[in-house]
Structure formats: C-alpha cells, structure tokens
Ligand binder design. Structure first.
Ligand SMILES: NC(=O)C1=CN([C@@H]2O[C@H](COP(=O)(O)OP(=O)(O)OC[C@H]3O[C@@H](n4cnc5c(N)ncnc54)[C@H](O)[C@@H]3O)[C@@H](O)[C@H]2O)C=CC1
Ligand SMILES: CC(C)CC(=O)C(=O)O
Ligand SMILES: [Mg+2]
Length: 364
C-alpha cells in the first residue's frame, strides 16, 4: 500500500462542493486511521474555473491531476453557463479531463442497500440482492465524435454528431468488464443497438471475440431498448453490463432508480493501472444547490471506490460502505430518500453520521 496518498480534489459547481466536502472528510478519517500522509490539493474545474480564469479546464488543473494518484470530482455545470460556446461549457471540461487522462472505463456499481428497499415485501423480493456493475466506455462514441452545424441546400439548419468506435477502444473496455466479472458472478451482458448501428455491429463482433479469451465467463448480447426494460423488470438477472458511452450514461441514471436515488450512485473512471477519477454519477443539481439538501452518499461511496481501485485498500473501502449501510439502518435519510415520518438530515449532518460510524468501526 502507498504511504502517501496524493489526491486532486475538484469540487466544481452546484452541489459539487457540498458533497465533495463530505467525501473528503471520509477520506481524511481513513487516512488518519491508516497513518497515511494524505495530500489533498484542490483544483478548479467547470463553471467555477470559467468564472475564475476564463477556461473550464485550466492547464493547472490537468497538471495537478497528472501529478496525483487519484482525482475526486464533485460535479460540473448549471444554467449560468448554458449559453457559452460548446468548448467553454463546464461539461466540455469533464469530457476533456476524461480524455486527457485516458479514463476509458467508467465503473458504476448499482447496489441497493437493504435499508432502502421498498416497504412492500413483493417489491423488496424483486430488488433484494440486486448487484449490477455497469461498465461504461468513457472516452469514445458520440460525445467525442466530430460535431458540426450546417445548412441543407434548402437553407434549413442541420446539426451533426458522429458516433465512431475503433476495435481497440471496444476491446480494452470489454476486456476490463470480463476481468471484473471474474471476481463476481462471471456473467457479462453487452448492450448495443446492433440491429441498426454499424458501430454497434463492430461492438458486438469485438465483444464476441474477447469473450473467447474468457471461457469461464458467460456473455450475452442485448439490444439497448430491451435492456432498458429488463433492467427495471428483472435487475437481479444482471451481473456486469458493458456498453458504449451514451447508452451507459443514460442506463446508469435509470439504474439509480433501483437504489432509491441518483444521490446513491458512485463511480470510478479508470485508465490502465491504478490511476482513477472518482465522482458521483449525478450532476450539479442546480435546483437544490446551496441548500444543504444534497445526498452526499454517492460522493462518499466514490471514496470507497478510490480506496479499492487506486489505493488497493479493500478493508477501508468495505469499512466506508459498511458505515453508509449502518447509517441507513439507523433510519436517517436525506430528503431524496425520505419516506413520510423518516428523520431527515442535511448534507453535512449525513456526512457527520457516516464519519462517526466509520470512526467507531475503525477504532474497534
Ligand atoms: N458528472 C457531472 O459533473 C455531471 C454534470 N451534469 C450537469 O449537471 C447539471 C444539472 O443536470 P441535471 O440534468 O439536472 O442532472 P442532476 O443529476 O444534476 O439532477 C437531476 C435530479 O436529481 C437530483 N439530484 C442529483 N443529485 C442529487 C443528490 N446528490 N442528492 C439529492 N438529489 C440529487 C437533482 O436535484 C435533480 O432533481 C447540468 O449542467 C448537467 O450537464 C449532469 C450529469 C453529470
Ligand atoms: C455531464 C456529461 C458530460 C456526462 C454525464 O452526464 C455523465 O458522465 O454522467
Ligand atoms: Mg450522466
């Protein structure tokens, strides 16, 4: 294990800084317990960076990330910056950062906590034990293809986005999915739209080829529309799901519903090796920003992923996840998770509870 953890922290916009503050407290608690020197260095990104220096992804931020073992990111974006040219928008910074750091595999574990299962036994039976790992390709596809505005010969405005995948891009992310499946239930579902899209036909061919290297892991192909339905109908049938960038973005927000809130879904964006960027799946939630109402658990669970994938500290990762579990079992909820009558706490108070549960477990 490393004795020094160098973490770049990019709080970003909206609720980004609020949830990041709680995530950093959890990381600090773990590092203090482990006796590890934690170097947290903050950088600017998104609208906050645009406002401060006129660019959403300053070179200093990229340099900081490259000089770190891991990056934690809150969220970027908001209506304030919506009218800027595409390359100045906060979202462009996030895409640019993912590309520049080679973060091609985005892991989005979807693991409903028992304490949040619906009250009806029928509904809980359908969700109990569901544990899906979405592996989303993160540096290719529509988000990175050529974009342009043109005019038709008739003078009508036209917009073009291009969806490009090459074999090597598909191969590495599918291989990552198979490797992860080996440590789980040994089942990969590859999601595409091969009945219509040429890029999906290539995706399916490559996935089938890679699967031959993993005879112990079962592969199934599903079309994205059918998968979107099956995910809700029968979530327990899925183990690892691998898919392209846009499909993975949409399907993971859909999957968040299984956990009770988008505020529960963490993510790890990985390059080859141990380097990674960790962020909640949700955005900057401008509708609740600044009100201490955001659920910080997705951000805190992203710290668990950092401990697991970058710092190789499985015990600490499990301790953070267990602290979240115990806090939820105690009944407290942020507003997004609350049923009538539940004790509701704010962002910071939820962070307090998790840190207290974690410290109690770590000193034992
Ligand atoms: N990784 C990132 O930085 C992402 C940024 N965005 C950006 O965020 C901005 C807002 O996008 P939206 O479509 O509204 O998506 P969003 O994920 O920010 O919010 C969707 C809904 O979920 C709620 N929500 C989100 N996170 C929550 C949390 N932690 N606790 C409680 N409720 C939460 C919000 O209040 C809102 O009602 C946009 O500028 C978008 O581009 C969107 C997704 C990812
Ligand atoms: C904000 C976008 C650039 C991406 C997004 O929605 C995501 O990564 O979940
Ligand atoms: Mg998204």
């Amino acid at each position: 294990m490393l004795e020094r953890w160098r973490v770049a922290v990019l709080p970003g916009d909206g609720i980004g800084p609020e949830v990041t503050a709680q995530a950093v407290r959890v990381l600090e608690a773990v590092a203090a317990h482990r006796g590890v020197a934690l170097e947290v260095r903050e950088g600017l990104i998104g609208g906050a960076a645009y406002d401060a220096v006129g660019r959403p992804l300053p070179d200093e931020t990229l340099d900081l990330c490259r000089a770190s073992d891991a990056v934690f990111l809150g969220a970027v974006g908001g209506p304030k910056w919506g009218a800027l040219p595409a390359d100045k928008r906060p979202e462009a910074a996030l895409l640019g950062l993912r590309k520049a750091l080679g973060l091609y595999a985005n892991l989005r574990p979807v693991t409903p906590f028992d304490a949040l299962l619906p009250a009806s036994p029928l509904k809980s039976a359908y969700l109990a034990g569901a544990n899906v790992l979405i592996v989303r390709e993160l540096t290719g596809g529509l988000y990175f293809g050529e974009k342009r505005r043109t005019r038709t010969p008739e003078g009508e405005e036209e917009a073009v986005d291009t969806l490009v995948y090459r074999t090597s891009e598909i191969e590495r992310v599918v291989r990552r999915a198979f490797e992860l499946a080996r440590g789980r239930r040994k089942r990969v579902t590859s999601v595409d739209k091969a009945n219509v899209l040429e890029s999906s036909r290539l995706w399916r061919e490559v996935a089938t080829r890679v699967a031959a290297e993993y005879p112990d892991v079962e592969l199934e192909h599903l079309l994205v529309d059918a998968f979107a339905m099956q995910l809700i109908l029968n979530p327990r049938r899925f183990d690892v799901v691998v898919t392209e960038n846009l499909f993975g973005d949409i399907l993971s927000d859909e999957a968040a519903v299984l956990t009770g809130s988008i505020g529960m879904l963490p993510s790890a964006s990985l390059a080859d090796g141990r380097f990674g960027l960790y962020e909640p799946v949700h955005g900057s939630a401008p509708d609740i920003a600044g009100e201490d109402r955001a659920n910080p658990l997705a951000a805190i669970l992203s710290v668990a992923l950092m401990l697991r994938h970058t710092f190789g500290d499985e015990a600490a990762a499990a301790a953070v996840e267990d602290a979240v579990k115990r806090v939820l079992e105690s009944g407290v909820r942020t507003i997004d998770l609350a049923e009538p009558g539940d004790p509701v706490v704010g962002t910071k108070a939820m962070g307090d509870r998790v840190v207290a549960a974690l410290e109690a477990a770590l000193v034992k």
